[in-house]
Design a protein around this ligand. Structure first.
Ligand code: COA
Length: 194
């Protein structure tokens, strides 16, 4: 599920870098620089931090309401393209559930489900792939600091395909900007400024 996902931010960064004619490795570095941010691939690590911040299911309601009152982003929720649900979530969630059976331990899963329930009720926000991936990685015994690197390893296939496609039909990616700031002003000499 992590292997490829259309024009997500890191893939776009890899495409932009490639369009300059840079080498393959540099394009991957551009993608990694983008993926590590918490709004993109770094969200799975941040989601684990959130789940770990609750001792039990009972404490979730108050904690999430406090976050929402502060207008904080809840990591692992929402998506720029999907607006009602992330089609990858049911698959990764069922894997997380299966792992709770293997481990005979479901406290973190129950906390995660409670977070999901409250965010849907309060904000119609749904978990994206990163939310339950965090739990899957956790139950697999992978330290949280490796969550995003695992995402990188998986997405390398998608990035590579995009880089090859960009190279095959390359044109420099250089968008225009439309200036909408203040209109032109007269220059005031330093000595005449107040
Ligand atoms: N937690 C709290 N509020 C959120 C939210 C979240 N995770 N995601 C969106 N919202 C809020 C926005 O702040 C906005 O509120 P407003 O109308 O009061 O300003 C509203 O929901 C609509 O947001 P929307 O325009 O749909 O989101 P976006 O396209 O600007 O942002 C993300 C998309 C992914 C950047 C955003 O959902 C996010 O930051 N999520 C957390 C990070 C994450 O999980 N990233 C991995 C994505 S796969």
């Amino acid at each position: 599920m992590y292997a490829e996902h259309e024009f997500n931010t890191s893939t776009f960064a890899a495409r932009v870098a490639t369009s300059t004619g840079t080498d393959f490795y540099s394009a991957i570095v551009a993608a990694i620089a983008t993926l590590r941010g918490p709004l993109h691939g770094g969200a799975n690590e941040a989601a684990m931090k959130l789940i770990n911040s609750f001792k039990n299911v009972e404490s979730v309601e108050k904690g999430i309401h406090e976050l929402l009152a502060k207008k904080s982003l809840v990591m692992g929720f929402g998506h720029r393209v999907y607006k009602e649900s992330d089609p990858r979530t049911p698959i990764i969630k069922s894997l997380a559930l299966r792992l709770t059976h293997t481990h005979h331990e479901d406290s973190k899963f129950l906390i995660a489900e409670k977070i999901e329930e409250i965010l849907w009720k309060e904000k119609q926000l749904f978990p994206n792939l990163d939310f339950y991936s965090a739990l899957v990685f956790h139950y697999l015994g992978i330290p949280a600091s490796f969550f995003t690197p695992i995402f990188v390893i998986s997405r390398l296939s998608g990035w590579s395909a995009h880089i090859m496609e960009q190279r095959a039909h390359n044109r420099l990616i250089r968008p225009n900007a439309k200036y909408i700031g203040p209109a032109i002003k007269d220059y005031v000499l330093l000595k005449d400024r107040e």
